[in-house]
Design a protein around this ligand. Structure first.
Ligand SMILES: [Cu+2]
Length: 146
């Protein structure tokens, strides 16, 4: 999934620069023109078997830099999926376990495209299902223009 991550980052960067240069009719996220366009840092701590994040509500179109910190003794991963989805089929973004070994950290920048209910989840299955053990936390994405 690393290709998808890079692609999402590139799309986000392109739409931001387009926003600065013109008022293109394709711009459907006017929040880019406000102070909300500042890159938001979101610390996320991963552990056995939990996510800790101070904010649970995010805004469509705002690029968030998720600062992932693995405070646990096992490798973990961080994926964003539609709320309740237990498959890896509809992931919006994923940082895999080789980027997040025990004690490791990794940053991923990402902007949500649609409002809705999502989860942060870890799909690791060793020694048990991390998701099943509690490594899932619900978040909400809102569109201030809706
Ligand atoms: Cu995990």
């Amino acid at each position: 999934m690393r290709t998808a991550l890079v692609l999402l980052f590139a799309v986000s960067a392109i739409s931001l620069s387009a926003c600065r240069d013109s008022n293109s009719a394709e711009q459907s996220t006017p929040t880019h023109h406000t102070e909300a366009a500042v890159n938001m840092i979101v610390p996320v701590t991963l552990n056995e078997y939990s996510f800790e994040v101070e904010q649970d509500t995010f805004i469509v179109g705002v690029p968030y830099t998720f600062r992932l910190e693995n405070a646990g003794a096992l490798a973990h991963e961080w994926a964003v999926v539609p709320h309740g989805d237990t498959t890896e089929n509809a992931m919006l973004i994923e940082v895999e376990d080789d980027e997040l070994p025990a004690g490791g950290h990794h940053e991923a920048t990402f902007a949500f495209e649609e409002a809705g209910a999502y989860d942060f989840v870890c799909f690791m299955a060793e020694p048990i299902s991390h998701d099943g053990a509690g490594m899932r936390i619900p978040i909400t994405v809102v569109d201030p223009n809706e």
